[in-house]
Design a binder for this molecule. Structure first.
Ligand code: AMP
Length: 224
């Protein structure tokens, strides 16, 4: 099972991503977590990205893509499944991630959208701030992260809808209800994915992806 998650901050990506990964026994690759770990360890990468995180801005695409490629290569070696949490955040990342996944034979089966309104996610993030003291859980930075989500992340949902792999879940409800709905939906999909893979391998999937990107414009003419 290969899942990528798209959601506003505070919608529960981290929590639900962890539960999905545990349920299917697959790695949970969370870009924000990987970056915060670098910051905490004061690695060169951590020092380079800290200001972006503190300001609620997106770190440069290439930094993220190099990090994610490495993690997806490891996920392939570990059995081929993944939960990607936090990428893609914009159209350029969606396109590049697609090309990386094609290259590795690791395209996503499901794009999971956690749908939650701004007021609710802001309330949750401010509550989390009191417990976790994340540098980007302040009112100003939360507003900036939400604005970015609406401007550059949410528009890419349409690409996954066109491919027929978008699963959208109402994430305004309690965690357990949301996770039950997600796991039920993914469990139902699993045999279909295995069946499709047996019959057609990855080819049919890649063709559909190529068409979706061609129709969407930005990746037209990009060799896949
Ligand atoms: P998150 O934990 O997903 O809320 O991410 C926390 C922060 O990490 C974001 O506000 C960005 O500064 C950075 N970040 C995480 N994922 C990405 C990404 N795919 N592209 C750029 N920046 C990212």
């Amino acid at each position: 099972m290969r899942v990528l998650m798209i959601a506003p901050p505070g919608a529960g990506k981290g929590t639900q991503g962890t539960l999905i990964a545990a349920h299917f026994g697959i790695p949970h690759i969370a870009t924000g977590e990987l970056l915060r770990d670098h910051v905490a360890r004061r690695t060169g990468l951590g020092l380079a990205v800290q200001e972006y995180l503190d300001r609620g801005e997106l770190v440069p695409d290439q930094v993220i893509l190099d990090m994610v490629r490495e993690a997806v290569v490891a996920a392939k070696a570990a059995g081929g499944g993944y939960v990607l949490d936090g990428i893609p955040r914009n159209i350029e990342q969606a396109r590049a991630l697609y090309l990386i996944a094609v290259d590795l034979g690791m395209t996503a089966d499901v794009a999971l959208h956690l749908d939650a309104g701004d007021a609710e996610v802001t309330r949750r993030l401010l509550a989390r701030a009191a417990l976790e003291h994340r540098s980007d859980d302040t009112a100003d930075v939360i507003a900036q992260r939400l604005a970015l989500y609406h401007q550059v992340t949410a528009p890419i949902l349409g690409w996954y809808r066109d491919r027929g792999i978008l699963v959208s879940v109402d994430a305004m409800r309690p965690v357990q209800q949301v996770s039950r709905e997600i796991l039920t939906a993914l469990d139902q999909l699993l045999p279909l994915l295995e069946h499709a893979a047996e019959r057609a391998g990855h080819r049919a999937d890649l063709a559909t992806l190529g068409e979706a990107f061609g129709a969407a414009g930005p990746a037209a003419g990009t060799p896949a």
